[in-house]
Ligand binder design. Sequence first.
Ligand SMILES: Nc1ncnc2c1ncn2[C@@H]1O[C@H](COP(=O)(O)OP(=O)(O)OP(=O)(O)O)[C@@H](O)[C@H]1O
Ligand SMILES: [Mg+2]
Length: 1314
Amino acid sequence: MPIKKPLGKKGEKKAIKANRPVKADWKEGMKKKITGVADMTLLTKITNEAINENLMKRWQNKEIYTYIGSVLISVNPFRDLGIYTEQVLESYQGKNLLEMPPHVFAIAEAAYHHMNSYKENQCVIISGESGAGKTEAAKRIMQYIAAVSGGASSSIQEIKEMVLATNPLLESFGCAKTLRNNNSSRHGKYLEIQFNTQGEPVGAIITNYLLEKSRVVGQIENERNFHIFYQLTKAAPPEYQESYGLQGPESFLYTSRSNCLQVEGIDDVQDFNETINAMNVIGLAKHEQDEIFKMLAIILWIGNIVFAEDDAGNAMISDPDVASFVAYLLEVDNESLSKALTSRIMETQRGMRRGSVYEVPLNVAQANSVRDALSKSIYERLFEWIVTRVNASLEARGAAEYVIGVLDIYGFEIFDDNSFEQLCINYVNEKLQQIFIELTLKAEQEEYVREQIQWTPIKFFNNKVVCDLIEEKRPPGIFAALNDACATAHADPAAADNSFVQRLGFLSSNPHFEARSNKFLIRHYAGDVLYNVQGVTDKNKDALLKDLHQLVTASGNTFVADTLFPERIDPNSKKRPPTVGDKIKLSCNALVTKLMQCHPSYIRTIKPNDNRSASEYDDKRVLHQVQYLGLCENIRVRRAGFAYRTTFDKFLERFYLLSPATGYAGEYVWNGDAVQGSLEILRHNNLPQDEWQMGTSKVFLRHPETIFGLEHMRDRYWHNMATRIQRSWRNYVRYKHECATKIQQFWRRNKYNIGYQQMREYGHEILAQRKERRRYSLVSMRKFTGDYLDITNGSGGADVIRNAISFGVNEQVVFSMRGQTLVARAMRASIPSPRTLVLTNQALHFVMTTRKDQVVSTIDEKVIPLNSIQSASVSTLCDDWVILHTNNPEGDTILSCMFKTELLAHMLQQTNARITVDVQPEIQFKKKGNKTSVMKFIKDETAVGDGLYKSRVVRIQSGQPASSMSDPPCSVKPRAVVRRQPKQTTTTRPRPNPTRSSVPASKSIPAHAPVISASNSPPPPPPPPPAATPQPSSEPKYKAIYPFETDQDGELAIEMGDLIEVIEQDDNGWWLAKKNGKEGWVPSNYLEEVVEEKPTPPPPAPPARTRRPPPAIPPAETVEQHSPLPTPAAYVTPAAPVIPSAPAIRSVPAIPAIPSVPSTPSIPATPRATKPSLPSRAPVASNSPTPPLASKPVLPKPVVAPASTKPTPAPRHIIANVNAAPIPVMPGVAAPLNANGVPPWRAQLEAKRAAAAAENTGDGSDGKPSPPVAPKPVVPARPNNLGKPAIPSRPAQLQPSQNPAATSLAEALRQRRQ
Ligand SMILES: Nc1ncnc2c1ncn2[C@@H]1O[C@H](COP(=O)(O)OP(=O)(O)OP(=O)(O)O)[C@@H](O)[C@H]1O
Ligand SMILES: [Mg+2]
């Protein structure tokens, strides 16, 4: 197999380097599936039948080419498969045989590349039966070489054009329609294209072999003369018609006798033009063309000379005018022509001297024979002259260094009656077969020796014995016997034939020969052929009669006399002219010598049927060809040692994917040499040691299965990669959606709490794990919600405290909680006294409630402005004491508060972290009159509960380590959609029109109320199903009552009237819905449940609320009551509910009045005394507080979740929000959202849409705009976790809206509640 290597000197040894190959192409895995095996050395079973079957499968799959190693087998498709286009040609350029599917272009590329790389002459030997496709293959090779060989110079282009033009020219003169092939080559041709050192074609030489000249004078029925005769007679220009008396082919006996003037698929007129064109390209001058056509006319007219028998029984010309016209054209004497055709000059010999001369008249048969001999001779010489003339034109321009020869020779022939022509043809084929065997074996043997590989020679039939039988001189072979017979009995052909038969007797001992009376049989490699002896000697002699020779040499036409017949007979010469046998032997041996000097490529053509059918595969016919072409032996020889071999670098390049050491993710990663790389691949794939051998430059694999296996793995590699990528991608997409849904769910559930959680984290950062933790504070992460007593709203008993405090301008409560403070006593130690601690954005208020004489009075006992607090101190133990260091002459303030961390967090938040917090084991503080004292903290495991305070000493049990982290909140189970039981559907009443009528608010069930309570009572028995009524779907469906346009990720756009499935109902106004397989969030108030009406009256009404209303629908009155903005009437109807815009509705229930954490068990009243039982979470709606500490004063009534305090926001509201002040944020974090938590752009968009919808009365919603989407709540941004937060100036002095930088989290929370 030719191997591509850079140009280098022949024989030069090179280090085998692993060149980095081109990146493997994933598209290879997508290539068309190959049928059968492309290289038959890889056939698992080597029989003629297996080969035949493989060829058949491929042929039927339009794959006409198959390899045996580097030998190309081509099965004639008899149709245009479109496989010789420019693109296909280009695809083979620069590729080796293994890289591309088998093709004649690949053979041409290999030969051309080998010539350039190895500086070796190349030959392509094309063999096969008549009509198998040899000439077509030869033409394709020329096409390829002309296309790929460089050379922009005009002379090279000219040569290329000329080489291609030789095809139509020589086909016209050398091809004819036969029974086997409409364009059968009736001569052998060896075309050598000459190249210069750059691989550019500089010239060409054509060698012609054995033209079938007998065809000129006669053909069997339904065959034709050479194409040129029909072209000329049908398409000759008027000047030729006139000058040469040309008429249609039917007018000439040589063209009409076989009754075949027209051939399907051949256009003689067009072909004539092409012939003329080819002559012009090749450079035949007009006068030369004239001479050629004149000769053809002469031949045609000679054929029309008919003989009749005269009275003496001798031949006489029937129509002397025809003879005269021939004499005129031939420019010979009319008399001489007639004489030469009807008589023969005989000369007697006396001893060695010439004797008398006689003129012997010929009979009609003899005259016909002489006439035809003249025609044949003229045509043969004309053809040879044309070849010579073409060669003259193709003569090399510049130094020709290398050649690529293409041999297109007639195929092996077996007829019923085989004569001398078949003997010659079959002899040539024997010789070619011999070269094939010799060269393939030789090459194989040499390779094994060179590569130091051991192999067992295979037995095969060497046809040298048949070649010897035909051509040997001693003992004389068939040609020698023929010559002898011709020499001894030259006068009488019959006697010569007899003499030949006798001489054949000497060959009877040869096992490949058999004499059978006047016939003889030769056992050729391709089959036994029986030859007829009659006329063989005459044909072998092929001497032009002396009379005829004299006639033509006497012609006044120099083209005839000097060009076609230049030789002059020496009457005294004793030298025997060479016979045809001599000539063919000579030229054949010359050819063999030439071919043996070249690097050969083989194309073995096969004919699938005799009917030129594109669909018929004649099994037997092909099997025979497979047999005689010796394909089986070819494969065996090829596989005798190792079925597959390739150079190390090629092997590595092809299979580097198969080892992680050589290839990774399709990339070539090997850095070592090619030998080690190949070894790595072989070893990594666990190939048995006896399955492969390393030569000196190549890897040898013994069995075809091995290479199949490797190829298969290589193919699968890309598929596996593709599958992995697909799997990963699908996983990624699924994961992305899951994550998105989770994030959305999380956000929707937690957005109201995030601010509180951030506050909590901030508080813990302040203490920075310096203070021990109380055990129960670790139970779960509590949110820091601030105003636990709801002083802001004054709900419950909080109004008493609220009224007691005289709040300053813009003073807002951020934290409220029960606590204690140390009160001084005269002459006695201070004691703790209960207080209500109310922290505002300006001061910390200590509210005291006293009872005197049954009168309860509440006073704001002490107010510490925040700006007077310098720092705060807490102990390292888990007690609740906080000392606030102030510049007050009354001394520092000492307080105890269960939520001291939160209190400190709010304080720092309000002061922008100006107050520092110290954590110390002992705390020094100022007493009245600037005296200092120390408060001590002592661990005492007997001090249960919150510890004991006595005389500036706090005793407290050990707490949890300061680094302890609270448990995460328990996950809240998503609220499943409560599927409505269809049987409970009791909508006997007509459904109220949601846009006009309203359902009383009292009928609606709060979102958090257990809907299934309706089904607590046993449901009524189901009514019998109506006979033909379809069962209502058990899946509740929702209908979009407004269009919801969105292009937001995670949201689902819906059209009005869309039926959608609700997967999850969140209380925040957004439901997870599914439409056409797509999931996304939609505003719940845009949906209405679809209730299928029953045709029959329903059973008695079950409990009234069978249909769950949308969550969090405020009662209409409440909405109106609290709405600060006028709301269009349409919005207050519960049937078109909207999500209240104020997040407080949702957030308040989430805020426990005591330190119970949503989703986690609330802490029991006296947790420290007994093991706490962890009751389940109190329903949010009930807001039943858990009392903080039993010993503490009674807390005011806990905050009850207010009913919807916000009305349905109108579009105007949204617009207003767009212009609202930015949301207050934690220090150092920019405000991302507006006051509603909606990004400004989004709010504007929504507002615009709503406004547009409101104006648009033709939008299908009865002129009523869509309700606004539930606004997103205010979520304070995360505090800056890194170091101290950047603190904006105090918010107290400024209106939040006036100075966004001065706003705070507390402000944000307050705003949100409002
Ligand atoms: N590769 C091919 N693709 C399409 N048609 C082909 C191909 N090869 C051969 N043929 C068809 O088969 C016919 C015979 O082919 P071709 O003339 O090459 O045979 P051949 O082997 O040269 O025969 P002969 O020995 O008689 O000269 C062609 O004229 C063409 O119609
Ligand atoms: Mg041919």
